[in-house]
Each structure stands twice: as C-alpha cells, then as structure tokens.
Design a protein around this ligand. Structure first.
Ligand SMILES: Nc1ncnc2c1ncn2[C@@H]1O[C@H](COP(=O)(O)OP(=O)(O)OP(=O)(O)O)[C@@H](O)[C@H]1O
Length: 266
C-alpha cells in the first residue's frame, strides 16, 4: 500500500526570512491535492520538501514513517515523480528516449527496455498526446509540446506519487483539460497527485483536496469548497472574483479586473 506524504509543523527559513512556517498537511494516495496561493507564497518550496530536495529546518516531512530527504535517491525517484516549474531539457534526445529516462529509477541506466518499460512509455506518450512526436528531437518541440513530454517522462516512471509544479503553465486550453484528465486517471489507479495550479476554475474541478498558502502559511485546507467560500480568495489574492454556478457542472471561478472609480477599466 502506498504510504502517505505528510508535513508536520514543517518550517523553512532562508537567511533570516521565514519561507514556510509550521506547515501541517497530509497528502493521501489516490487523491489529487491542489496547492494554491499567490506568487511567492511558498508553494514550490513546499513541493521541494515533499520531493526530498530539501529537509525542513524545523518539523518533519515524511513518506510513511521515513523522513523524505533521508530516503536514498534511487528509491525516492522510484516512489516520487517530480515535474519542476519550467523544467528544462538537458539533452536534445529523441522524445521517446527522453520519456524512457523516466523508467531509470526502476530499471537502472543500462540494458534493453523490457516489454513493461515499453508499455509504460507508450501509455505515457498516449496520455499526454505526444505519440506523434515520439521520433522528433525534444529540442525541436514547442514550449507546450515540451511540457507534455516532460510530464510523460514522469508518468512513464509509474511512481507512487506525482508532484507537479504548475504543469499547465504553457498548455493550451484543450491540453490543460487533457493533462488534468490524465492525472485524474492516474489518481484513480491509486497514485497520489499533488499539483501547484493558478487557475481557480480548473483547480476546483480537479481537486479532491485543496491547500491554500499565503506568505508561507496554510490559510485554508480542505475540500475544493474552499475556493467558493465568499471572501477567502479575494482576501488572499487581493482581487475581485466572480463565481458562476452551473447546474451539474463545476463552477467557474474567475478573477475579474476592478474598474477604476472613473469607470475607465484596467
Ligand atoms: N534561495 C532563496 N533565497 C531567498 N529567498 C528565496 C529563496 N528561494 C525562495 N525564496 C523566496 O521564498 C518565497 C517562496 O518561494 P516559492 O518559489 O516557494 O514561491 P511560490 O509560491 O512557488 O511562487 P510562484 O507562484 O511565484 O512560483 C519567495 O518569496 C522567494 O523569493
């Protein structure tokens, strides 16, 4: 059974600046947790704790009963797949070979791909709609195509956990929905999914659980109902938000520009 990811009073300080303060949060396998919050709120730093790239200065970040940063890198790589914000390509590989790298923690670096490796790679390419690029050089792809290929690499590893930092940032609207649907499917198969998102409507649609951060602290945690709580998003982001309910459909949660007093807009 997949162990839970957990932060217990986890704090991070850089220099004299508190970046995260006493974060308590539990992430459950088989669910999608969406982390939201303004720029600089600490979302990426929180993910770096869950991936084990850093350990909290105080408190704990645990996978089951083990501190995440203490788990050997290969095992961590097998259990926790991570898609960083604006991930870069380090080698101009053929796309299928790049996606195959996602299998490395499972199979070691050398040797032929097994039928199970090939099947996982093909599934990941299909789920991200990148099959038709399989034999292109990764360096020749557009930004959104590249982002989907990098997600395919994570999916191909079939980790217990997938943590992705703004995975929709460069995707067109159709591929945003397609990628979230793929992540819903992997969550339905028992994988734990943690996503940093900025789009409130898509966050509400896809989230089983929501964690809202502001200035390094959790300001709200719970179901996606948090996002329709009157005043909360307005307070945290300092914007006006329209909530549009639609029968039988997820609500639209739309930031709206405030009009200047003279009505000139902006
Ligand atoms: N090495 C560092 N030195 C100083 N400050 C840092 C360092 N790393 C992060 N920070 C600060 O910590 C805060 C949290 O950064 P983080 O990247 O976690 O925010 P975020 O919520 O992911 O933001 P965004 O939505 O802009 O990606 C920011 O104010 C950032 O400037």
């Amino acid at each position: 059974m997949t162990a839970i990811l957990q932060l217990a009073r986890a704090s991070v300080t850089i220099g004299a600046t508190p970046i995260l303060t006493e974060i308590d949060a539990t992430f459950d396998p088989g669910r999608i947790t969406v982390i939201l919050g303004p720029n600089g709120a600490g979302k990426s730093t929180l993910l770096s704790l869950l991936v084990g790239l850093r350990a909290p200065d105080r408190g704990a970040a645990m996978l089951g009963d083990r501190p995440i940063a203490g788990i050997p890198a290969i095992e961590r790589g097998r259990r926790i797949g991570y898609l960083p914000q604006s991930a870069e390509l380090h080698w101009d590989l053929e796309v299928r070979d790049l996606v195959a790298l996602g299998r490395t923690p499972r199979r070691g670096r050398f040797g032929a791909l097994s039928p199970a490796d090939d099947a996982a790679i093909d599934r990941a390419l299909a789920e991200t709609d990148t099959e038709r690029f399989a034999h292109r050089r990764a360096g020749s792809l557009s930004g959104g195509e590249r982002a989907r290929v990098l997600l395919a690499r994570v999916l191909a590893g079939e980790p217990d956990w997938i943590l992705a930092d703004e995975p929709l940032a460069s995707l067109d609207p159709a591929h945003r929905i397609e990628v979230l649907t793929a992540l819903q499917n992997v969550a339905a198969s028992g994988t734990g999914v943690v996503l940093v998102l900025h789009d409130l409507t898509l966050a509400h649609w896809v989230a089983d659980d929501v964690l809202l951060l502001d200035r390094g602290r959790v300001v709200a945690a719970g179901s996606n109902d948090i996002l329709t709580e009157p005043g909360l998003i307005e307070r945290v982001y300092g914007i006006a938000v329209d909530r549009i309910d639609r029968a039988g459909q997820p609500p639209l949660i739309v930031p709206v520009p405030r009009l200047h007093r003279d009505g000139a807009g902006g």
